[in-house]
Design a binder for this molecule. Structure first.
Ligand code: SF4
Ligand code: SF4
Length: 81
């Protein structure tokens, strides 16, 4: 999963781009729900939020490293629900 760092300027550009509705406005900055972030696997070749963020503050979460297979399994779980 990806994460949003405290460099976020709350511009709201990323939220509508997420195919999994994983992004929302948190109390101070935008946040990603890791249970819904597939790093865009299953939908796109590149993480869509990273493509649009003007301040480049959406890195991979080092605590939530997942293989492509795991991300694909998450995608299947989400889209089956
Ligand atoms: Fe959503 Fe894709 Fe960004 Fe994850 S990488 S938060 S699925 S847009
Ligand atoms: Fe924050 Fe970047 Fe999303 Fe804008 S696009 S709300 S700066 S994470």
């Amino acid at each position: 999963a990806l994460m949003i760092t405290d460099e976020c300027i709350n511009c709201d550009v990323c939220e509508p781009e997420c195919p999994n509705d994983a992004i929302s406005a948190g109390e101070e900055i935008y946040i990603i729900d890791p249970s819904h972030c597939t790093e865009c696997v299953g939908h796109y070749d590149e993480p869509q939020c990273q493509q649009v963020c003007p301040v480049d503050c959406i890195p991979l979460d080092p605590k939530r490293r997942e293989s492509r297979d795991e991300l694909m399994a998450k995608y299947r779980l989400i889209t089956a629900a």
